[in-house]
Write a protein that binds this ligand. Structure first.
Ligand SMILES: NC(=O)c1ccc[n+]([C@@H]2O[C@H](COP(=O)([O-])OP(=O)(O)OC[C@H]3O[C@@H](n4cnc5c(N)ncnc54)[C@H](OP(=O)(O)O)[C@@H]3O)[C@@H](O)[C@H]2O)c1
Length: 316
């Protein structure tokens, strides 16, 4: 990467925005995100809109089979119909689950018998008023961490059994906002004091990166490759609904959903030599640092406390 490109990346704005995507895309290797994924099955959550929808579209165009997990039957079916029409690939199933509800996640896992080559945790949200989920932890933590960890654990046999030459990939869609947060498990599961939705969202996204790294360390010898990525700033319904002022101010420079999904679909089907082996926190097909400043480093970054808490919750 050139000196000027590194300077632009440090600005954050001209890295996370669409000009950053276009600059980074000049380094992409032609063909890496176009190879056929015939015979591969990827399950992805939260994909009736935005980045998830664009990722499904990219995977279907490469001839993968996709299992979409949505919480609304109506929105899921509408998206499925459009995706089949747009890609002419009919290999797409819709399953329903609220990813913050452990009973629904268990029911979802009970119904999946396919061997899986990929599992993408994309469902996400940001709220401004604290809510608790039925499992007894804060709602966004349940959505971004408890539900995904339960689903990953329940589907591990399907991923290991895929029998593909390439490691099965588990990918968490985190956020660049996580760079602002230091992991503190007590606050993560039950934030105290005034609830700051933006801050808590970013904290859960830090948790996803720590969790992915810990799972990769634990499972990579079993043929599983666990990663996290962030999509940059993308124009999606979630951004317009949850942070409208940011969406209005940045609207001319936001990425489109296809640009936001590029690294995600690349990770799901990209080259083993580049992706498997070491854990990665990815952005625009590059491994990027997990911290940008010392103050966000925590003794809990090894993921031990986080895994203990999650295991306790999914087995209660
Ligand atoms: N857009 C950005 O700039 C940006 C930046 C960093 C990270 N991200 C992350 O990217 C991911 C996708 O977000 P997006 O921006 O593409 O927004 P989006 O279009 O609103 O997509 C979010 C998806 O998650 C689903 N979802 C929300 N709560 C759910 C639940 N409880 N159970 C199951 N599904 C649920 C939504 O379904 P409904 O339609 O039913 O609500 C929707 O399909 C999220 O994890 C987000 O945190 C986005």
């Amino acid at each position: 990467m050139s000196f000027w490109s590194k300077v632009m990346d440090r600005s954050i704005v001209f890295s996370f925005d669409k000009t950053g995507y276009k600059r980074h895309a000049k380094e992409f290797i032609a063909g890496e995100a176009e190879s056929a994924l015939t015979g591969k099955t990827v399950l992805i959550t939260g994909c009736n809109s935005g980045i998830g929808y664009a990722c499904v579209e990219q995977l279907l165009r490469r001839d993968a089979k996709v299992i979409m997990v949505c919480r609304s039957k109506e929105r899921g079916e509408r998206a499925r119909t459009r995706l089949v029409a747009e890609t002419t690939n009919p290999n797409i199933e819709l399953r329903l689950a609220d990813m913050a509800d452990v009973d629904q996640v268990n029911a979802l896992a009970d119904g999946i018998s396919d061997p899986l080559d990929g599992l993408i945790h994309n469902a996400g949200n940001l709220i401004h008023k604290k809510r608790m989920a039925s499992c007894g932890v804060e709602y966004i933590t349940a959505l971004h961490l408890v539900g995904p960890h339960l689903l990953t654990t329940r589907l591990k046999p399907n991923l290991v059994a895929s029998g593909s030459a390439q490691a099965a990939r588990i990918i968490f869609v985190s956020s660049g906002g996580m760079y602002t947060q230091r992991l503190n498990c007590d606050q993560l599961f039950d934030p105290t004091g005034r609830y700051d939705g933006v801050r808590h969202y970013a904290h859960t996204k830090r948790g996803q990166v720590v969790l992915a790294n810990a799972l990769h360390r634990a499972w990579s010898r079993e043929g599983l490759s666990v990663h996290a990525m962030h999509p940059g700033w993308v124009d999606t319904p979630a951004v317009r609904r949850s942070i409208p002022t940011f969406a209005t101010l940045t609207s001319p420079i936001l990425r489109n959903p296809a640009q936001g999904a590029d690294t995600l679909s690349w990770l799901a089907g990209g080259p083993s030599a580049k992706i498997d082996g070491e854990f990665g926190f990815w952005f625009d097909r590059m491994r990027v640092p997990m911290h940008l400043k010392k103050s966000t480093k925590s003794v809990q970054d090894d993921g031990v406390s986080l895994l203990d808490r999650l295991e306790g919750l999914i087995h209660q």
